[in-house]
Design a protein around this ligand. Structure first.
Ligand SMILES: [Zn+2]
Length: 108
């Protein structure tokens, strides 16, 4: 399961722009922001634009931008870091995917 970089929701369809996965809902907004950035003459980094868009429009806590998970069990965290690296992912993405899968099971 891939996540949209701009809203962090699971991708169903979607596309990849400059190496950044985006859903069909976010794609037009990101395309506009890319155009705005290009028009100012600044270098365009789509991953950075998507991240900023996420923080502005979808992040739960816009001031801290952190998960409320303190002191996770060390062994589990170490395993997650290794597993995420092997998958070409990161701990954050794995936690998000697990949460979406949990949510999907609860909604059945
Ligand atoms: Zn999206």
């Amino acid at each position: 399961m891939k996540l949209c970089s701009a809203c962090q929701k699971p991708l169903q369809g979607g596309l990849v722009m400059g190496g950044t996965p985006l859903c069909r809902e976010c794609e037009p907004d990101i395309r506009d922001l890319v155009k705005q950035t290009r028009d100012t003459g600044k270098p365009v980094n789509i991953a950075h634009i998507a991240r900023r868009y996420f923080k502005k429009n979808h992040a739960w806590d816009k001031t801290t931008d952190t998960f409320p998970l303190s002191s996770p069990p060390g062994e589990l965290w170490a395993w997650l870091e290794v597993h995420a690296k092997q998958e070409g992912s990161n701990v954050r993405e794995i936690i998000l995917k697990a949460l979406y899968e949990y949510q999907s099971r609860q909604s059945e």
